[in-house]
Design a protein around this ligand. Structure first.
Ligand code: IMP
Ligand code: MG
Length: 180
């Protein structure tokens, strides 16, 4: 697995520190709001798990799954819901927890979809952002790190369902995905 990684961008301690900072800000902002953290499966699972364990406030979690890339590294632009939320978010403060924003299509779709549920507010919290790859205007409220246009894996992020268990964020060697 490690032989497929070109470089480590963010190691475990960098991630831990940054996630702690975001958790503190969210805890402060949502202290008395009992927010619902909606984790976008599967890439944001690690981020959600670290975030919420650093948030000593009342909160709830739920999960959504949408299709975006399939097994490719290029966005199809077609977004489809695979799994919807289970709890009602009417009147609730929603925090969308997503792994990475590339074109911005997925996050905008999610925001649009969830804004039709009469929630009290929608906040977006994304672990990684590739600002140079945006194809649409996308507003992100909390960003872990900004990165260049490169394909990264680990800390929940995959290529073809692999590498999610790496504890760091690594840049995938191009030959790994260009071979396919
Ligand atoms: P967008 O709709 O183009 O912004 O794509 C967002 C989704 O594409 C993310 O939720 C990821 O699942 C996937 N994605 C985009 N870039 C990467 C990457 O560098 N590594 C792993 N997954 C990525
Ligand atoms: Mg995703």
């Amino acid at each position: 697995m490690i032989k497929d990684i070109k470089a480590v961008l963010f190691d475990e301690s960098m991630i831990k520190n940054r996630v702690q900072e975001i958790s503190n800000e969210l805890s402060h902002r949502f202290a008395d709001k009992n927010p619902v953290l909606i984790c976008i499966l599967r890439g944001a699972v690690t981020f959600l798990s670290d975030l919420m364990r650093n948030m000593p406030i009342p909160l709830e979690i739920d999960f959504m799954s949408i299709s975006s890339y399939g097994d490719s590294t290029v966005s199809s632009g077609i977004v489809q819901i695979r799994k919807d939320i289970n709890i009602s978010i009417k009147g609730r403060h929603v925090i969308i927890v997503e792994d990475i924003v590339d074109s911005g299509l997925s996050l905008n779709y999610l925001k649009e979809y969830l804004s039709n549920h009469e929630s009290a507010s929608i906040t977006t919290c994304v672990f990684l952002d590739k600002p140079k790859a945006h194809k649409v205007d996308v507003k992100i409220d909390f960003i872990g790190f900004e990165i260049e246009i490169e394909f990264v894996v680990g800390y929940g992020l995959d290529f073809s369902e692999k590498y999610r268990n790496l504890p760091y964020i690594g840049i995938l060697k191009e030959e790994v995905y260009k071979e396919l």
